[in-house]
Structure formats: C-alpha cells, structure tokens
Design a protein around this ligand. Structure first.
Ligand code: ADP
Ligand code: MG
Length: 322
C-alpha cells in the first residue's frame, strides 16, 4: 500500500464539523474558529522505547496519543476541536494501523475532535499529535494565576497508573482484579476535559498531572511565584495505595502518590469562596474533587505527613533529561 492509500484508508474519516473548511487531502487544513474564541494549541510525542514498549497494544496507544493532548486542553479550560497526527511507522502493518486508529477515533468521537491533517513517514515508531482547542477570548486557565490563600484541589485519584506500572514491573504485587482496574488508568486514561471547561472562571491556575503531583504542582507554584502546603492524608488514592502507605511499601506508595505520572488528573487552585460551586460540579460530573492543601506566600512545596510533620525529601517527578 502506498503512503496516500494508507492515509486514505486509515486516517481520513467523514467530517461532520462545519468549522473544518478544508480537511485531510490538501496542503494544509483550514478551520474557522468560533467568533470571539481564542485557540489553545498543544503537541505531545509518544516514542517507542521511551513512552511505550515495542509490542504495546495498538488500540491503547491510539487512545493514549490523543488522551495526553486532551488532558492539556483540559488543563487550559479549552474545548478540544481539531487534531493533527505526525507518525513515523516501521511498516504498513494493517492490523496495527486498524487497531491504532480504532483507539484514536473512538476517543476523538467521544470528545467531538476531528483529525484534520498530519504527516506519515517510515521510521522507528513515533507518534506526535497536535491538538487545537477553542476557548472564549481571555478565559484560558494558566499556571500563573494562583494566589496565597487559594485552596489546592485534585480530581479523581492519584498514583493509580504508577501503582499499575509498579505491579507490571514486578516492583509490587496486586490482586488480579485490582491490577485490571488500575491498568486501565495507565493504558487508557480518561482526560478531564469537561471538568477543565467547567473550571473556567473558577480556577485561578491549573495543570494536568502527567509527571507526578509534586513536580506538576511545583510548576504552578513557580509560575505564580507562591508556595504550597499539602497534606498527605488528604491525597485521594486507591485503597491498594493507602494500604501501602501504612506498610513496608510506604516508599513505593509515596512515589506513586507524589511523583507517579500518567494519571492525567487535574490539579488546580481556586479561592475558598469557590468551594460550593466545586462541590456542585463534582456531583454533576460524578467526579471526586478533593481539597488537598493551600497556596502559601512562602515559596516551596511542603507535604505534611499523617502526624503533621513536613516530609524532608519528596520523591522526584519524571524528567526525560535528569
Ligand atoms: P504534504 O506533502 O503537502 O505535506 P502529505 O503528502 O504529507 O502532504 O499528506 C497528504 C495529506 O494527508 C495532507 O492533507 C496531510 O495533512 C494528510 N495526512 C498525512 N498523514 C496523515 C496522518 N497520519 N493523519 C492524518 N492526516 C494525514
Ligand atoms: Mg507532509
């Protein structure tokens, strides 16, 4: 199959989005943003051997390639609209391509995202997805808006993906049912897109937890020139993880909770006056939102343990170049 046949067959799907004036098949896509909207644009790369292992499930990979980008849109409060996919593929394996696009398009459809272009080349497997979202002008939630006195919240639960990974790498043992549940969080994360949009005008700052809470929250603190105190006992996590916090595996549990990447939850700050509205949003979206700490004028991140003492060393978040 030649390159163009491959694109036609696997990547070009009927478009129902009237805002896409020109889609796949021309030199560039043309889209018409809604009047009064700004565009939020992000790109993320998944590299074989780095972000996923050779032989990784292709459908899960298709899901994840888009999910990590949707999560960036969520963190900005943007509505994801259009995506471009640049892919290097070692071959034109039909089964792989079908499974990959099935995972990708299922999630795209769920969020109303249209694939409007890309680039396809032969090479070591590498998937690079660009996403474009819309938001009313001036309403983006950035990392720099947190103020001393704001509450710090996180959505969902933390450390699930990292605990699943630890079990898959035989660093801990999980029951089959628990592993199956947590593994879904690692392999097919559900980006908090609707939550992000609902946080516009409420959250003062936000970030998605892709590298681990301590590192990701530190980005908000730095960008906002503030510090924070969070309480370990308040961090929302799976029972399998809280059990480990109180056991011989405390070290591992701390690493999962504070530095475990890949959860794609949102960490955001908001004034205490927003608590009522946040409680309503949590009910409406059937999603737990947990108040885990407070923004402080004193710089730095302090994590208090179950007895109120500040942890003296925080596990490190993921960094490709450290
Ligand atoms: P050009 O040579 O102008 O860069 P290409 O031959 O690379 O164009 O691509 C032809 C068309 O197919 C373009 O519209 C491009 O956006 C689209 N395309 C290529 N690869 C992909 C892909 N993996 N997913 C979606 N669209 C793609
Ligand atoms: Mg090209």
């Amino acid at each position: 199959m030649d390159e163009f046949a491959l694109i036609e067959r696997h990547f070009r799907r009927p478009l129902r989005d009237p805002a896409v004036r020109v889609g796949i098949g021309d030199d560039a896509a043309v889209v018409a943003p809604a009047p009064g909207c700004e565009l939020a644009v992000a790109v993320d790369m998944l590299v074989e051997g780095r972000h996923f292992l050779p032989g990784a499930d292709a459908a899960a990979l298709g899901h994840k390639a888009l999910a990590v980008n949707l999560s960036d849109m969520a963190a900005m409060g943007a509505t994801p609209r259009w995506a471009l996919l640049a892919g290097a593929l070692p071959d034109d394996d039909e089964r792989w391509l079908s499974a990959f696009t099935e995972g990708l398009f299922a999630l795209a459809q769920q969020h109303g995202v249209a694939l409007i272009g890309g680039d396809t080349t032969r090479g070591p497997r590498n998937l690079c997805l660009t996403i474009i979202g819309e938001l009313p002008a001036g309403t983006a939630i950035t990392r720099s808006g947190a103020s001393a006195g704001d509450d710090i919240h996180v959505s969902g639960s933390l450390g699930d993906a990292a605990l699943a990974l630890a079990a898959l790498q035989q660093r801990t043992k999980l029951g089959a049912a628990t592993l199956a549940t947590l593994r879904l969080r690692l392999e097919t994360p559900e980006p908090r897109v609707v939550l992000g949009q609902r946080l516009r005008g409420i959250a003062s700052a936000a970030i998605d937890v892709s590298d681990g809470l301590s590192g990701d929250l530190a980005h908000i603190l730095e960008a906002s020139s503030v510090g924070a105190e969070i309480e370990l006992a308040r961090l929302p996590c799976a029972p399998a993880l809280s059990l480990r916090l109180a056991s011989g595996e405390r070290e591992l549990a701390l690493a999962c909770l504070l530095a475990g990447g890949d959860d794609y939850e949102l960490c955001f700050t908001a004034p205490p006056s927003a608590r009522g509205r946040l409680a309503d949003i949590a009910v409406e979206l059937a999603l737990t939102l947990t108040h885990v700490g407070t923004v402080t004028a004193t710089p730095g991140l302090r994590v208090r343990d179950e007895h109120g003492s500040v942890l003296d060393a925080l596990p490190r978040s993921f960094d490709h170049f450290r």
